[in-house]
Write a protein that binds this ligand. Structure first.
Ligand SMILES: [Zn+2]
Length: 414
């Protein structure tokens, strides 16, 4: 069994191109927001390919799609693989889609090789990995893992004020939202193929990244209220400048992340809105959005705690009011050593180079890790570029990923 660009593999290249053209924007731009007309056409396309490959298809109440290659022992929990096909506005062709169509190709490679799995293999297409519509990433896998309850999901609205209930019904999905949650053990193991979305593999000339940890973000929203006034008439003693207080907090966060003792700790203030925002007016109110990530939950939370302490300290010292809201704090995931081992053995057998690495972006696998052992397989993408129309993964890189995914699925499914 060998997967190389060539006549057979060209089908996958053509399918990726066809999926990329199923978009609300002109090629090469891909825009495919969940439950949009383009998303529904893309879903139909992928389901048709799965049916053609002899897989049986099930969809849950929000459109998470499971295409099953029945194993010889259908009672056993299946091996899962897959990713997402929704895309943010102005995106490219490979984020998520390589894991879905590449996962399908891995199944077809095994079928062509005459392999018969003992455990069923299920290709999962997750609904709404991107936060574009509902403002929350990985909605489908979050609900599968019971991290997002049906009540919380019902409260989500898109920018036009339309809720999940209306949008899913319009897309043709029905049934109790509670039924989306899957018990632990529903999948024996899960492995996701994905582009790296970073530059390391290409820079180092390595075929594959075997993901050992998936970092997860915590986000704290900070509102600082001071006292405004005339920038000339108000003298420095007694000022309650909200932006000067915010500056202290931004530096306190940077310093907490730098001194965590680990290179994997990162912290960012990506939003700083100043009110009233006039050159001759003392800032009276500042809104900060922070993003703190790590592969280790306790270490990340200690940075979060250091920031909370700095908020209290700055408020007291400067006489400003600081209020915080924890917007989200998903736990990081550690990949399953047995799956990583299977990936490693497969990479060696396939003659592909690999390195172990951390996923710094998060993926559906982060939530699948709550209900099943997971791992991820990364392939290079040109320049580390993602979420842009010029996102690119070569057929050779994709073939490497499919090759090793197929071998791994064969090992896991027995
Ligand atoms: Zn993705």
């Amino acid at each position: 069994m060998s997967v190389r660009p060539g006549p057979t593999f060209d089908a996958l290249t053509a399918e990726l191109a066809a999926l990329a053209q199923t978009s609300a924007a002109e090629p090469p731009v891909v825009t495919r927001v969940v439950f949009s007309e383009a998303d529904l056409r893309a879903r139909a396309y992928v389901k048709a390919l799965c049916t053609e490959a002899g897989l049986s298809i099930k969809e849950d109440a929000i459109g998470n799609t499971f295409a099953r290659w029945q194993g010889s022992d259908p009672e056993l929990a299946p091996i899962g693989t897959g990713s997402h096909i929704d895309a943010i506005p102005n995106a490219g062709s490979y984020d998520g889609t390589v894991g879905v169509l590449g996962g399908l190709e891995a199944i077809r490679v095994l079928q062509r090789a005459g392999f018969r799995p003992q455990r069923s293999i299920e290709l999962v297409t997750f609904t709404a990995e991107e936060p574009t519509r509902f403002g929350i990433g990985c909605m489908g896998s979050r609900m599968m893992a019971s991290v997002l309850s049906s009540q919380q999901a019902l409260a989500l609205l898109d920018k036009e004020g339309r809720g999940l209930e209306e949008l899913r019904a319009q897309a043709g999905f029905a049934g109790a939202l509670e039924s989306v949650a899957l018990p632990t053990g529903s999948f024996h193991q899960f492995v996701e193929l994905h582009i790296e979305q970073g530059p390391l593999l290409e820079e180092e000339g390595i075929d594959l990244g075997l993901v050992t940890h998936i970092a997860a973000p915590a986000s704290l929203r900070i509102i600082i209220e001071g006292e405004g006034g005339h920038a000339g008439a108000r003298l420095m003693p007694g000022r309650k400048d909200a932006l000067a207080a915010a500056a202290e907090l931004i530096l306190a966060l940077e310093s907490a992340a730098k001194s965590s003792g680990a290179i994997d700790t990162v912290a960012t203030v990506g939003v700083c809105e100043v009110f009233p925002g006039a050159v001759n007016s003392i800032p009276s109110r500042v809104h900060l959005e922070t993003d703190i990530r790590d592969t280790d939950g306790a270490r990340r939370d200690s940075v979060l705690n250091a920031l909370a302490t700095a908020c209290a300290d700055t408020a007291k010292r400067r006489g400003v009011r600081v209020t915080t809201k924890l917007v989200n704090a998903d736990p990081p995931a550690k990949c399953d050593p047995a799956i990583v081992q299977a990936l490693e053995t497969s990479a060696r057998e396939a003659g592909r180079t690999y390195k172990k690495m951390v996923s710094r972006a998060y993926h559906d696998s982060l939530f699948m890790a709550r209900i099943a052992p997971v791992a991820m397989l990364f392939i290079p993408c040109r320049g580390g570029v993602s979420h842009r129309p010029d996102e690119y993964a070569s057929p050779e890189w994709i073939a490497g990923g499919v090759d090793v995914l197929a071998r791994t699925l064969a090992k896991l499914a027995g």
